[in-house]
Design a protein. Structure first.
Length: 319
């Protein structure tokens, strides 16, 4: 019985002393910045995923993360901080994660500065004291983008859908059609999406609507949605051709540029023409000729002679 109690005390004893002193050992508290390894040098403007990770083997009363200036980067935090617990070497360890997307604004060697986590710990007398936990700076080499800034659109994944409110070549008379182009770009912030293009048609009437941009934060990076909308009508009461749309982007996974072409589309009324185009044909009108004039005169003189004699026409049997 006594041996069992000693063994249990040896197991529990480290937990009693864990974190209950002012001396902080290096293995008790750790904070690091981990850059996702992709196997290639990132370009200017390309998303770089970063995880700020902390591990804590002693009790923490309070904490606050101080972010460095991140000079040379634009950035987005991908959701709230995450706290969870792991078993490491048979002991529970408190873990912290902050997921971020960084976008280098220039080429060259850039530095992700040190993150500081301000911790409130307890000592042997259960008194609180402050302890700053810092990560090591991380250097990143950034390459020059292979395209001008106006044409540079790096994304991890791009999806485009072309939707019409109804069949564009079967419109009712006088009807227009709403066209919505939906852009889904993983790894791009809303400001990185190219501007809404001008839609052209030689014989169509096109009314552009204000574009909409939304962003969803995911662990894989920001997912930006752009909606480009136009209302289109044939301009000559029959049909119109909407010219193609082209969009260039750079696939940061495959490391190749692409160009997407959305083909031309015919916009037309169906088999029924608009009311303005339906006009009843005019019949040809001719004046009476000479023979018709002679016959009319004879009928008139006969009627006059009968009236003078006082006759009435009541039927062929009275003649």
């Amino acid at each position: 019985m006594r041996g069992w109690m000693i063994a249990a005390l040896l197991v529990v004893w480290p937990l009693f002393g864990w974190g209950q002193s002012r001396e902080v050992l290096p293995e008790e508290l750790q904070l690091s910045v981990e850059v996702e390894q992709t196997g290639h040098q990132p370009y200017r403007g390309e998303m770089i995923l970063v995880t700020i990770r902390g591990s804590y083997r002693r009790h923490i009363t309070r904490e606050r993360v101080e972010q460095p200036p991140l000079d040379g980067f634009s950035w987005s935090q991908l959701g709230p901080d995450r706290w969870y617990e792991e078993q490491i070497r048979g002991r529970p360890v408190k873990m912290f994660e902050r997921r971020m997307a960084l976008y280098p604004e220039r080429a060259g060697e850039l530095t992700i500065g040190a993150f500081t986590q301000h911790l409130t710990l307890t000592d042997e007398g259960d008194e609180w004291f402050e302890y700053p936990l810092r990560s090591e700076p991380v250097k990143i080499s950034v390459a020059t983008a292979p395209a001008p800034a106006s044409e540079w659109f790096p994304v991890r994944r791009l999806r485009i859908s072309d939707d019409w409110s109804n069949a564009p070549d079967q419109l009712a008379p006088g009807e227009g059609v709403l066209r919505v182009l939906r852009i889904e770009a993983l790894g791009a912030l809303p400001g990185m999406i190219p501007p809404m293009p001008d839609l052209h048609s030689p014989s169509g009437l096109i009314f552009a609507h204000p574009e909409k941009r939304l962003v969803e934060l995911t662990p894989e990076g920001p997912m930006t949605y752009a909606f480009w909308r136009w209302t289109i009508r044939p301009g000559n009461d029959t049909s119109a051709i909407v010219e193609p749309i082209r969009l260039r982007y750079f696939d940061t996974v495959g490391r190749v540029p692409h160009e997407v072409t959305i083909s031309a589309q015919r916009v037309a009324y169906g088999t029924v023409l608009p009311t303005s185009a339906r006009v009843a044909p005019l019949r040809e009108t001719r004046l009476p000729g000479a023979s018709q004039a002679v016959l009319g005169g004879a009928v008139f003189l006969l009627g006059l002679w009968l009236a003078l004699r006082g006759w009435r026409i009541e039927g062929w049997d009275r003649l």
